[in-house]
Design a protein around this ligand. Structure first.
Ligand code: GDP
Ligand code: MG
Length: 192
């Protein structure tokens, strides 16, 4: 599968204001700053389609992108990251509710994609998110991102650890080079 075109659809504060779309959708999950927006930009080869930031926890909006390919179109939903320590507990809880509502009620989601930073161990809130997904029967595969920071050997090891821990497919990625794109598109094309 090859990407032909990608466009921004909408930024929305909640599910209600998102247009219903008749295309399979992947919801991007992960801690703030893990690299979700950079992933979108690298995947579609547009440096500024999704806003990236060095200041974690800034994006509190759902951003929808439509991706056209030579196979089938699909949607990427860039969701606000969880586990940003600098916002209040109240604000975190309120966003968590919003996120859960989106994942439970958005009809066209076919899978979530949970991002894990290759430099760190799996974090407690990653595990909590994963348990919640499993409990609600929401499909997920994992992307091990920022793989440019670690060696090939470490990548293989980390993938095995996450596979074992989460019982999901795990695909490596780095937004700093293009070598991982085919593996990601392969995973996506198997699901749409
Ligand atoms: N070295 C490296 N840096 C990355 C990678 N992906 C994202 N970053 C950096 O990590 C920071 C957060 O990325 P961003 O995409 O905004 O994360 P988000 O909050 O999950 O959307 C930015 O400074 C990015 O340049 C990657 O694969 N490799
Ligand atoms: Mg982002």
């Amino acid at each position: 599968m090859k990407i032909k075109n990608a466009k921004f659809i909408i930024s929305s504060p909640n599910l209600k204001l998102c247009p219903e779309l008749n295309m399979p959708e992947f919801a991007l999950l992960g801690r703030s700053n893990v690299g979700k927006s950079s992933f979108i930009n690298t995947l579609v080869n547009q440096s500024k389609l999704a806003k990236t930031s060095n200041t974690p926890g800034k994006t509190r909006l759902i951003n929808l992108f439509e991706i056209q390919t030579d196979f089938k179109p699909f949607i990427l939903a860039d969701l606000p990251g969880y586990g940003f320590a600098k916002v209040s507990k109240k604000e975190q809880d309120s966003w968590q509710k919003n996120l859960e509502e989106y994942l439970l009620k958005r009809k066209n989601i076919i899978s979530t994609i949970q991002f894990i930073d290759a430099r760190h161990d799996i974090q407690k809130n990653d595990i909590q998110m994963q348990e919640w997904l499993k409990h609600n029967n929401i499909p997920c595969f994992n992307i091990l991102t920022k793989c440019d920071y670690i060696s090939r050997n470490e990548i293989t090891k980390k993938i095995l650890i996450i596979k074992k821990e989460f019982q999901n497919n795990v695909v490596p990625f780095s937004s700093k080079n293009k070598q991982y794109i085919d593996g990601i598109l392969n995973e996506i094309s198997n699901l749409i």
